[in-house]
Ligand binder design. Structure first.
Ligand code: ATP
Ligand code: MG
Ligand code: MG
Length: 351
């Protein structure tokens, strides 16, 4: 069988490795840390920095195709890798999603709706942006933000100075606050033949900026559900995308607004592990090796809950529930805010 190279050895890389192994593929993880979660389950692991050209070349030469579990891979590393092996999903998806400004203009270019936004580089441009967009608003770093990090809420004019200080000089965008009723995401996949498969949208609840639960089915009308899935397909087709993508959406009284896209398997898609025949991890591996995609049909109602930091103390208690599947990431240290594992609780079986 082929060997799949995965950039990043966190829990997503780990679950991709497990899925690859199940399909008969070997995996090779590239991750700077000595003991990444994926390191325990992958066939090989290169411990090197993304700046290490020699290590990148050896890694690429050892695999047949390269994929990734996070979108912030340095461009220079990708330049080296892509001369040796194909990178899937491709460069365009990474370019668009690495920068919130590029991402928003791409989405609007497709005719999709986003929060109103403006480019912010300094105090003067922030003041101008606040005047244009109004409050409440959120200032976000353009790059490298995740789990709500690199964000500052602006409710009044007094928050402006603190918000700009929080950005520490990093390029940012100001987003108008979307008055949503709830948040959903579509986990969608596109194969090498252009076939698209979407999972049923999940409803997401965040706590302290971190995803707390995803519930399927989400509260959506039939037409909202169709809108969500069609919109996700449109994004994938526009990028000539190969692999799984997470599309985060706000549900409002006058339609769906796109929050952000993630060119990879997504935390809000973990429910598929116990709710679908082919889960998002197998789907992603199928896509990047050129296999046909699974259908994505859901056979259960599921609540996924992240186990964050000290939540792992509850694992033994959670294991008493016979309808709860437990997924642990093998991380030794339970720091606050650190994703240690998740559970998928089956709440109903579909007929
Ligand atoms: P992730 O871990 O999903 O990558 P992130 O750090 O990239 O998160 P966002 O998804 O942009 O951050 O924002 C985190 C959460 O903050 C959103 O899921 C939503 O609850 C809230 N939020 C972000 N932007 C807006 C907005 N413009 N209006 C209202 N709420 C927002
Ligand atoms: Mg994000
Ligand atoms: Mg998000």
């Amino acid at each position: 069988g082929a060997r799949i190279g995965i950039l990043g050895g966190g829990q997503l890389g780990r679950m991709l490795s497990v899925a690859a192994a199940r399909l008969g593929f070997q995996t090779h993880i590239f991750d700077p840390s000595l003991t990444p979660p994926a390191g325990h389950v992958a066939d090989r692991h290169t411990t090197a920095a993304y700046e290490d050209a020699k290590a990148l070349k050896a890694f690429a030469a050892d695999v047949d195709v390269i994929t990734y579990e996070f979108e912030n891979i340095p461009t220079e590393a990708l330049d080296i890798l892509e001369t040796i092996r194909p990178i899937r999903p491709g460069r365009e998806a990474l370019r668009v999603s690495q920068d919130r400004l590029t991402e928003k203009s791409f989405l609007q270019g497709l005719g999709l709706r986003t929060a109103p936004y403006a480019d912010v580089t300094d105090m003067a441009s922030l003041e101008q942006a606040v005047a244009q967009i109004g409050t409440p608003a959120i200032l976000k770093t353009r790059r490298f933000g995740y789990d709500g990090k690199g964000q500052a809420r602006i409710n009044t004019a007094e928050d402006v100075a603190k918000a700009i200080a929080d950005m520490a000089g990093a390029p940012a965008i100001l987003e108008g606050f979307v008055d949503f009723s709830h948040e959903i995401s579509v986990i969608a996949a596109r194969g090498m033949d252009g076939q698209v498969a979407c999972y049923d949208p999940g409803e997401n609840v965040h706590r302290d900026g971190i995803l707390h639960t995803t519930t399927v089915p989400a509260r959506l009308s039939g037409s909202q559900r169709l809108d969500a899935v069609l919109l996700a397909g449109q994004v994938l087709n526009a990028l000539d995308y190969v692999g799984v993508m997470g599309v985060e959406l706000f549900v409002t009284s006058d339609g769906l607004i796109v929050n952000e896209i993630a060119p990879r398997v997504h935390n809000s898609g973990h429910w598929t592990q116990n709710g679908c025949t082919v889960d998002q991890f197998e789907q992603h591996i199928r896509a990047v090796v050129g296999w046909p995609l699974g259908e994505g049909e859901r056979f259960a109602d599921v609540v996924m809950e992240n186990l964050i930091g000290s939540d792992i103390a509850r694992v033994m208690q959670l294991s008493q529930d016979k309808h709860t599947a437990i997924h642990m990431y093998g991380k030794s240290e339970a720091k606050p805010g650190r994703k240690m594992g998740h559970i998928n609780r089956i709440t109903a079986h579909k007929a």
